[in-house]
Design a protein around this ligand. Structure first.
Ligand SMILES: Nc1nc2c(c(=O)[nH]1)N[C@H]1C(S)=C(S)[C@@H](COP(=O)(O)OP(=O)(O)OC[C@H]3O[C@@H](n4cnc5c(=O)[nH]c(N)nc54)[C@H](O)[C@@H]3O)O[C@H]1N2
Ligand SMILES: Nc1nc2c(c(=O)[nH]1)N[C@H]1C(S)=C(S)[C@@H](COP(=O)(O)OP(=O)(O)OC[C@H]3O[C@@H](n4cnc5c(=O)[nH]c(N)nc54)[C@H](O)[C@@H]3O)O[C@H]1N2
Ligand SMILES: [Mo]
Length: 750
């Protein structure tokens, strides 16, 4: 008898969209595009290799030094002892119990940031937070590496939760296509980044919309930033020094004011504080008028270009868009606030196709016009511990227990963390200044990680539980910014002894005496049906009929009829229609050009109105030891560090590619394909050079996503830019990540 494994093709969903998966018996052998997607991502092509890669964690593993002597110093350099599940769960549960009884739950950090995988129930972050809440709570984290700074500053300016604004109140692509004449994109809009979206993006629309914009003779699309490739081919490009956008925006504002192009009526009716800002803009308060000639040496954009652009912006329907990257830098609050001030001065906020928008292109869902359906979220319960740190301040917290820090008007001491639990993220890829994090990581007594792969973080943990990938368990795929619904079938059995995060936490909860509280008596299937029934009821109330659970399981996926024929007016449109009846939720009820609240915090790094503040590291102050500005954008071929081990196997793929301008490359004798060393005082990594005229001289770009080499290695071999980046908060207000603030040099290697 010959054993031919059965071949099956099924659809699943992921952060980068839906795709077909071909299995043969226990193995994933291929993936294929999902037919309804007009521009499918190629990210899943590497999946078969990644899922079965020998870097999978296959058994519960405990670090030898920790097991034997509770050593803290050798994280990342030690070997691991594999243990049976019961034994490993016993050890982890008694350690959690020891820490919470000895030091209280304030000594447990469960902020556990990361993208994990798509799927509503097996969402690792919800699982770890729910579990820790059941055990008495944990120190949590606020915001994200993506938009933490914007989430802190923008409510002061427009009185709304930033994410709500971005996902619910911005113009749709269609509105832009029909109305916008000038699209001014600070940091570009990159279809490469809109390949992904939290929880999934099924129809990738961004490239299609740009095809339409670029064919429209009445529309101009202008990318302002260090790289031409940040916007689709065919867009205009104004090369600009990184971190100088606020200077450019101020100069645009100056031209409007100087030439009588400011919309005074709009400012009077819909904003507050222009009178406090104007003296700074015109130079009355500091003797420096923010003219194009003032801005030119800062941003290295010709004054005439700035004047022409300001005039065109005032004369046409103009939409300003700002990439998230601009606030992922020191003083990232300023370009965000200033862009809204500029939009207000143009008087087009709330008009179709006018005003200001954030994060178009950052992820696939921004600009999709859809009716919202709530639900299908696993309840996380209540966290009895109140302390929440800004997410990107993790190393500061571990290094400075008990030390006070500022955050958005609050001053509090950092908690004293003894135990770190991480599930669904990879801080040794995502955090800044990894050599510093490596030092901070020696502080906690215990680090527990759930991970499918031996990532740089798993290697630096004390207890590692092997987690399944979404292909090894059943789930429901559904994202708020998407109009599809998926049953995500279990495609293969768990690799090795992997268990879902849910099973892992259920095992720990039981040992800690809160099993029933965590599971509520349901198994995974019970939870899926429970969450789905809730969602289906909510959808029915909203007039949307969907298949029942078993129907969806049979059909694998369905499209949801939630695309409206016409866009609903956003809150800014309603505000514009009647600012007295529909005020903003700011203290003044209006757009705050000057904020008494922010001013009252007394922060010199984020005063009461937007100002030009150079960051610690930028081209304006580059010395000879580090003369180049490093930007570290998102990788085009994957999501962050996910599936890194399989991608790294592709011949020539590692180290990562560093884009460098012809003049900077020539000055160093570097050609395309050469191995180079990228370095500064914080660290060094290898990279492979790509010499390109699409990047501004003085700037180099190295994408994020490589893992981080072993401790003791002088130079990271794979090209993780975070050995070079600066680990400081954006300001005392936002305390976001400053990943795009870094000066480096590049040298030929070998
Ligand atoms: N220099 C620089 N650094 C940056 C950025 C930058 O622009 N420049 N960007 C920052 C931003 S915006 C972000 S969002 C972060 C991203 O940083 P992360 O979100 O931490 O990156 P990922 O690689 O997506 O990490 C997710 C991890 O979860 C694991 N995982 C997947 N599914 C599951 C699961 O079901 N269970 C468990 N337990 N684990 C699972 C994956 O294997 C992976 O290791 O990086 C930040 N870092
Ligand atoms: N394929 C893929 N797509 C992704 C991700 C991924 O991992 N892979 N990650 C997703 C996540 S978590 C996020 S948060 C978003 C991030 O979305 P963004 O923040 O928009 O993306 P980045 O790639 O960090 O940066 C975009 C560009 O900003 C430019 N830039 C840097 N500094 C400056 C500056 O000071 N001024 C100007 N004008 N431009 C500047 C750089 O040239 C860079 O290429 O992307 C998402 N999309
Ligand atoms: Mo992000």
């Amino acid at each position: 008898m010959t054993d031919t494994p059965e071949r099956k093709t099924r659809v699943t969903s992921s952060h980068w969209g839906a795709f077909e998966v071909v299995t043969e018996g226990d193995r994933i052998v291929a993936t294929r595009p999902f037919a309804p997607d007009p521009a499918p991502s190629r990210i899943p092509e590497i999946l078969p290799q990644a899922v079965h890669h020998d870097t999978r964690v296959t058994r519960p593993s405990v670090r030898r030094g920790w097991l034997e002597t509770r050593d803290r110093s050798r994280r990342g350099q030690d070997d691991f002892v594999e243990l049976p599940w019961d034994e490993a769960l016993d050890i982890a549960a008694s350690e959690i119990d020891r820490v919470r009884t000895t030091h209280g739950n304030e000594a447990i950090f469960g902020g556990s940031y990361g993208w994990a995988s798509a799927g509503r129930f097996h969402h690792a972050l919800s699982q770890v937070h729910r579990f820790l809440n059941c055990t008495g709570g944990y120190v949590a984290s606020f915001g994200s590496y993506s938009t933490g700074c914007a989430q802190a500053i923008m409510p002061h300016v427009i009185g709304v939760n930033f994410l709500k604004y971005m996902y619910g109140a911005q113009h749709s692509w269609r509105t832009i296509a029909e109305n916008t004449e000038t699209l001014v994109m600070f940091g570009g809009i990159n279809p490469k980044n809109s390949q992904v979206s939290m929880g999934g993006v099924t129809e990738h629309e961004t490239p299609g919309w740009f095809d339409r914009f670029l064919q429209d003779p009445a529309m101009r699309c202008i990318n302002i930033g260090p790289q031409r490739t940040d916007a689709p081919e065919g867009c205009e490009w104004i090369p600009l020094r990184p971190a100088s956008d606020t200077a450019m925006m101020l100069a645009l504002a100056y031209v409007l004011e100087d030439e009588g192009l400011t919309d005074r009526a709009f400012l009077d009716r819909f904003t507050t504080g222009f009178d406090r800002f104007r003296p700074y803009l015109m130079g009355d308060s500091d003797g420096t008028p923010k003219t194009p000639e003032w801005a030119a040496p800062l941003c290295e954009v010709d004054p005439q270009t700035i004047r022409d652009l300001a005039r065109r912006m005032a004369a046409t329907r103009t939409m300003i868009t700002v990439a998230w990257s601009l606030q992922r830098a020191e003083h990232g609050e300023q370009p965000y606030w200033m862009s809204m001030v500029l939009g207000a001065m143009l008087g087009q906020v709330g008009l179709p196709g006018g005003g200001v928008g954030y994060g178009y292109g950052a992820i696939g869902g921004v600009g999709k016009s859809l009716r919202r359906l709530g639900g299908m979220t696993l309840g996380q319960g209540q966290n009895p511990v109140e302390h929440v740190i800004p997410v990107a301040r993790i190393a500061d917290m571990l290094l400075n227990p008990g030390q006070p820090y500022d955050f958005n008007g609050r001053n509090a001491p950092y908690p004293d963390i003894r135990l770190v639990y991480w599930a669904g993220g990879n801080p040794f890829h995502h955090h800044q200044d990894l050599n510093r994090l490596q030092e901070a990581w020696k502080r906690p007594e215990t680090v527990i990680v759930n991970e499918p792969w031996w990532t740089a973080t798993a290697k630096r943990a004390d207890i590692v539980f092997p987690a399944t990938t979404p292909y090894e368990r059943e789930d429901i795929g559904r994202a708020n910014l998407d109009d599809y619904l998926f049953f995500m079938p279990q495609l293969i059995p768990p690799v090795g002894e992997a268990r879902s995060d849910y099973e892992i936490f259920a095992g720990l909860a039981e040992r800690l005496g809160v099993g029933e509280r965590f599971t509520e008596g349901r198994d995974a299937d019970g939870w899926l049906r429970h969450l789905y029934a809730d969602f289906r009821e909510g959808a029915a109330r909203a007039g949307v009929e969907i298949l029942d659970f078993d129907g969806l399981r049979d059909r694998n996926w369905m499209r949801l009829p939630i695309r409206p024929d016409e866009d609903e007016p956003s809150f800014l449109t309603r505000f514009r229609d009647d600012p007295d009846a529909q005020p903003l939720a700011t203290p003044s009820g209006r757009i705050e050009i000057f904020s008494e609240t922010v001013d009252g915090f007394g922060y010199d790094d984020c005063p009461g109105h937007p100002v030009w503040l150079p960051p610690k590291e930028w081209l304006g102050e580059a010395g000879t030891d580090a003369p180049l500005h490093l930007v570290s954008p998102q990788p085009g071929d994957k999501l962050h560090s996910q599936m890194e081990s399989a991608l790294a196997d592709v011949p020539g793929a590692r180290p990562e590619t560093l884009v460098i301008s012809p003049s900077d490359a020539n000055a160093r004798g570097i050609a395309t394909g050469d191995l180079v060393r990228v370095h500064n005082a914080r660290g060094a990594c290898m990279a492979r050079a790509l010499v390109s005229g699409d990047i501004r001289p003085g700037v180099v770009a190295l994408p994020t996503g490589a893992w981080y080499g072993d401790p003791g290695e002088n130079t990271d071999p794979d090209g993780n830019p975070n050995v070079l980046t600066l680990d400081v908060g954006t300001s005392r207000l936002g305390q976001g990540s400053s990943a795009h603030t870094a000066l480096v040099d590049v040298s030929p290697a070998g």
